[in-house]
Design a protein around this ligand. Structure first.
Ligand code: ZN
Length: 134
């Protein structure tokens, strides 16, 4: 298992992790298997989608805000006022699994693995990557 640690700079943002993940995998000798990417956070998520056009990220964040508006009478808001962030990360999920074929992550041309911050900025976010060989 390997860990990627980074900070986030905005309340909501999408951070592309594909390059960092590939770098972490450089010294791992693997043919075929699975890559598991996991974020141990209640207000952060892992997604696979396009990051080449930053407007895709903007559209995703804007739609999340539409679906889960702040202060919509959520029960959890009386604790730390971030129920909308918990709902967003639950909706997106905290992990993704991607096939590895001949040593390469089998992502589509326009796919990237990204972390979605839903309650930032945060000084320390962690993402774990684990490879299952078959
Ligand atoms: Zn909370």
């Amino acid at each position: 298992m390997k860990k990627i640690t980074f900070s986030t700079n905005q309340e909501m943002e999408i951070i592309q992790l594909t390059d960092k993940i590939k770098k972490k995998m450089e010294d791992i000798d693997i043919g075929n298997g699975l890559l598991h990417v996991y974020a141990p956070h209640a207000t952060g998520a892992i997604i696979i989608n396009e990051s080449a056009d930053p407007n895709v990220q903007k559209d995703i964040l804007n739609k999340l805000k539409d679906i889960f508006p702040k202060n919509a009478g959520y029960e959890h808001d009386c604790i730390d006022n971030n129920a909308h962030s918990h709902l967003m990360s639950t909706f997106l999920g905290c992990s993704e699994t991607i096939p590895i074929e001949n040593g390469k992550i089998n992502l589509g041309t326009w796919q990237d693995i990204s972390f979605v911050e839903t309650d930032g900025p945060r000084e320390k976010r962690n993402v774990y990557i684990q490879i299952i060989e078959k």
